[in-house]
Design a protein around this ligand. Sequence first.
Ligand code: ZN
Length: 697
Amino acid sequence: MDQRATPTLSANPLLEDWDTPYGLPPFAAIRTEHFVPALRAAMQANRDELDAIAAQPAAPSFDNTVAAFDRCARQLARIESVFYNLTASHTSPELQAVQMEMAAPLSAHYSAVFMHAGLFRRIDALHARRDALGLTAEQRRLLERTHLDFVRSGAKLAPEAQARYAQVMERLAELTTQFGQNVLHDESSFQLVLRDEADLAGLPGFLRDAARQAASDRGLDAGWVITLSRSLIVPFLTFSERRDLREKAWRAWVGRGEHAGEHDNRKVAREILLLRSEQAALHGHACYADYALTDTMAGTRGAVHKLLDEVWPRALAALQRERAELQQVMREAAPGVAAQTIEAWDWRYWAEKVRQQRYALDDAQLKPYFALPQVVQAAFDCAGRLFGLSFTPREDLPVYHPDVKAYEVRNAAGAVVAVFLQDNFARASKRSGAWMSTLRLQSRNEPGGGSAMAVVLNNNNFARGAPGAPTLLSLEDARTLFHEFGHGLHGMLSDVTYERLSGTQVLKDFVELPSQLFEHWITEPEVLKRHARHWQTGEPIPDALIERMHAARRFNQGYETVRYCASAYTDMLVHSLPHERVPADLAAWEDEALRRLGLPGGVGMNHRLVHFQHLFAGSGYAAGYYVYLWAEVLDADGFEAFREAGSPFDARVAEALRRFVYASGNSLEPGAAYAAFRGRGPTVEPLLRKRGLLEPA
Ligand SMILES: [Zn+2]
């Protein structure tokens, strides 16, 4: 991104045709100042499209109204996808300013779209006589889905209520943008500098290398740096013998978003909660969770709590068993010294000691077998064996950062079906976490006829290896790569007619099924023997190490499950508060909620509210953090289909999986899609078994 010249609108590459290979964005020509004029022009063009649909003299038909609406807004979507991908994975202060400037106008635009009275009248009329229209199953699904999108965005509200609703949504768009920028600020401004051998005590070679690289990325000539990137902070908490430094790093990590001043997320989150409860009230719901859950597989708060309540006591019992093991090892390590209390910054450290003792397994031992290029190849190979896809690197395709790798994706018949971009490394301009996004969605309903090929992106935040050495992943990192690649396959394998039903645009408690299911393959012995090879010797991972890895599979699952559930409960509870009970002090409310739940000390949670980006940096996962567990019921049960068939690559099961899960997008009702793949509905036992939660307390 180049800031030099101020372009004229006529020279704005965002508004021109992209005659690049596969119509990829011409990243090299795009500058920050192109976005505001391009977004404004594209919003106007979109409004013109909608006015034209509404003003047609012909009576509403599926094609002239519903399918026509599905063909709208391609230019706006194209510009927004470039914009949001850059703000997430390669931002700058200038781009952040544009993001703040455009948050409210974009929100106002979408309110205007879904409150377009003339357009909604036509859709509503068609919806009322949907049984008599002679629609195919996918057309029927599109009509119902589109109608629901309008209703859930306020199309049926009275005019005064609509005006207020649009205001609420605009303010929410600004606040959620601010929330995410505040977290990024805290993440990129913190660094724990390690200066000498005493500071490095306990850190294995891979972590020293990554910390050295992080220091040089941040312009330090000497020393080592631990940042709040998961690939650094988690191994640091796992291996550092310096309890004081672990505590310091831990406090910075869990304190993101919570400090007075410009970047304080406490006020931001509170205002978001107040506005969401008003949004829900305008729809006639008692709280935001009720509004959010009406459009999910779970459907109600009761169904979510039923699942969480089934898992929580079992997870607490497992946690107590794990704590006893940790204390045992602690006593053995320092006989005669009174055992310390295990604080939250100690848990991973002692858990690693237990893992090394009981299972003779440590992360540093596994890492040489998980060099990044091999893990990427493993993911590609699994996609090939399951779904017939192959991936060809294309170094000539335009990308937005030199770290991004581009691939052409072909099906079994050799036809190119998608483009895949993978951006694997952490950097200060990228938000934390890992995610899949798209630059274009698959569809066969393009303006002027024809089809669109998916362009899919994966972002990870791996700490880069030392110069001359490959980046070595932990097993957790490798799982994350497979997870995001599973989402990627949901986009790349999409095979539907209408864009609204394409790829990952499914109900939010179904969307984690393709991703979590794909994680299973990384630990399959057949996959490990082929791809987990020592980066120096090329030797495949020894059988004994695979066995120890599998034996340790359930270890520490109590800890992980408790931390996840604590965050999932707080999300549900905070979004169940009526307007007048949204607390003034969110941190104190959170402490109290965790006390009532019975969260034991020394454990912590996956995300505290003050930096819980799933909930507050957007609305997609608000009252929706439970979806990972919901989908895990499906993925654990779903993977058993391969076990029952006797092979992780059974062709018949893989084909059913492709057809009903990865390719069908939102064209099928999700419960029916799952049952069509599995031959029955899911059961919860495989999940409990997988996490080791079926053992007696
Ligand atoms: Zn995911």
